[in-house]
Design a protein around this ligand. Structure first.
Ligand SMILES: [Zn+2]
Length: 63
């Protein structure tokens, strides 16, 4: 399952996160963190709980 986010360096939307992992935020939300393959910048993507759980079920590791 590809997780996408916004790369602030490239100002590009829907870039695929390389090596993505799901992190839980202090507020109890979820976000995915990975790297943009093109530039190596860390890209974060806020996720709903349902989406985060679906991603983890499909093999995305928890960070
Ligand atoms: Zn980038």
């Amino acid at each position: 399952m590809a997780i996408t986010g916004y790369c602030v360096k490239c100002k590009e939307k829907n870039v695929e996160l390389q090596g993505a992992a799901i992190h839980k935020t202090k507020k109890g939300g979820y976000m995915a963190k990975g790297k943009h393959g093109k530039c190596g910048t860390t890209v974060c993507s806020i996720m709903s709980e349902a989406k985060a759980k679906a991603a983890m079920a499909s093999g995305v590791p928890a960070g």
